[in-house]
Design a protein around this ligand. Structure first.
Ligand code: SF4
Ligand code: SF4
Length: 176
């Protein structure tokens, strides 16, 4: 993981802010690697469900006790003022995300803004789910949220930072 310069705030893409972290993390276990990175910047592990579920499902190490950190001690590298995004996917609670209805109710969705979108269609070109088509009458690309897999690649690639995250209608229920 290249974390020499990371990103804090509402990433991915230009909506976030570059943040000097100053480390490269190397490991052959993705769950362990993510655990170390999250620890480094002091995020709440309970809200990072890819890690908590990774432990639970045995995708890599089963717990933090199984992780050995070599090289510089974590304490010496820790970033204390890292700003987490305001958003958090479902507060760490796992639901059947593959169901479009549940997804639309409980997971944030990317929404282009009419005041900033220039209709460059970078978002449409990179969308792996084919969920974006040409502009509708509102003058912004049309998103099919039943197809959208919430990878947020469109946000990452938008040169205008014109895509906001909008909460699912019932997402407030999932806060911890
Ligand atoms: S990438 Fe951004 S600016 Fe370009 S069409 Fe999509 S939302 Fe609009
Ligand atoms: S979040 Fe991913 S799947 Fe959804 S519209 Fe954007 S690029 Fe496509």
């Amino acid at each position: 993981m290249d974390a020499v310069v990371g990103m804090e705030g509402e990433g991915p893409g230009p909506s976030g802010k570059p943040k000097k972290i100053g480390v490269v993390i190397v490991g052959d276990d993705a769950v362990a690697l993510d655990y170390v990175a999250v620890n480094l910047v002091g995020l709440n592990l309970k809200k990072v469900f890819t890690i908590t579920e990774g432990f639970r499902r045995g995708y890599g190490v089963k717990s933090p006790d199984d992780i050995q950190v070599r090289g510089e001690p974590l304490e010496d590298m820790r970033i204390t003022d890292f700003k987490a995004p305001r958003s958090a996917v479902m507060g760490g609670i796992i639901w059947p995300l593959t169901s479009p209805t549940i997804k639309n109710l409980f997971v944030e969705k990317p929404v282009p803004r009419t005041d900033a979108c220039t209709l460059c269609y970078n978002c449409m070109k990179v969308c792996p789910a084919g969920a974006i088509t040409k502009a509708d009458e509102a003058g912004i690309p049309r998103y099919n949220y039943r197809k959208c897999i919430r990878c947020f690649c469109c946000m990452e690639t938008c040169p205008e930072a014109a895509i906001d995250l909008k909460k699912g209608a019932l997402q407030w229920l999932m806060r911890t």
